[in-house]
Write a protein that binds this ligand. Sequence first.
Ligand SMILES: *Cc1c(COP(=O)(O)O)cnc(C)c1O
Length: 370
Amino acid sequence: MKEKIYLSPPDLRGNEQDLVQSVFQSNWIAPMGPMLDEFELKLANLVEVSNAVALNSATAAIHLGLQVLGVKKGDKVLCSSFTFVASVNPVTYLGAIPVLIDAEVDTWNICPVLLEQAIVEETKKGEKPKALVLVHGYGTPAKVDEILAITKKYNILVLEDAASALGASFKQQAVGTFGDVGVYSFNGNKIITTSGGGMLVSNHQKYIQEARYLSRQAKENTPDYQHNQIGYNYGLSNVLAAIGVAQLELLPEFLIARKKNHQYYKKALEKKELVFLEPHVNTESNYWLTCVLFPSNSLKEKVRLALASEHIESRSLWKPMHQQTIYNECSFYKNGVSDDLFERGLCLPSGSLLTEDNLARVCKVILENC
Ligand SMILES: *Cc1c(COP(=O)(O)O)cnc(C)c1O
């Protein structure tokens, strides 16, 4: 049987095992310790932000991020409809209400025109949104300038969901550092991994201090187990932080490898009527996943099944939130783009360990089936 090709498997080619070993030797097997401090510091330096707290997932980071921004029960929060569900669920955890906004064709991220329309309409209803969850989907930056001009004009707080976008930038500045707070993920399929984990970053120290406190059961710094707020157990393990430190060293290599995959696919498939997700002007993608649109849903499904029968994993683009039964009653500002992306779009194998032979195998199946 042929070797299975996965969508985006972990790539542990560096010092991961040595650093984990050093954690065992130091006996810091805990959600605190020197590796966590180092991981936070190194990530903060990399994206050029002054404060960071490591957490056990990006979902937890979004939850705490929204909470420290002051999102409360009944508040409206602006969200992309075209995203992974973890961008929106934390809004619900807080008892707040998502307002869903469609995508735009250039970046597949939130449409600035509909964003402004949503703010105006919701404000007319007397429900001015409190915050925006700004997603940079598939590692491709959203239209940062346009969007921040709007949130500034209407005085709306911004949490950047850069869960999949570590290494991506807009005008040379890392995405995740434009908003009031930003989030990265280190889940097993992301561009770097700690097996599972996340980071909340901000240039506002108070937000990160507050998030750190909430992530450790909101335990006061007193000897008597005093808790003045409801907290969570959201810290990252010091063991996993060791994997993160090693993975960060490899990020430059991973960025090159993933971009090469993207370029290979584009060249090999250029004769077909496929549309690739490409970074917009002034932006650099991290090319986390190479995503393509086929001319029709039937062709996309044909290719997906043909790949699966050859032991090649591919995946549909996200099913938009307005199509999910859990969110289909939310206000939705629509232009049809996210429905179309879901119909016709596929993520191709994009891991940093792919060989040219692997890529050729994937492209052969696609070329034979469309
Ligand atoms: C992966 C991802 C998340 C969730 O990250 P976890 O670390 O798995 O919780 C959230 N938002 C987006 C856009 C993602 O791609």
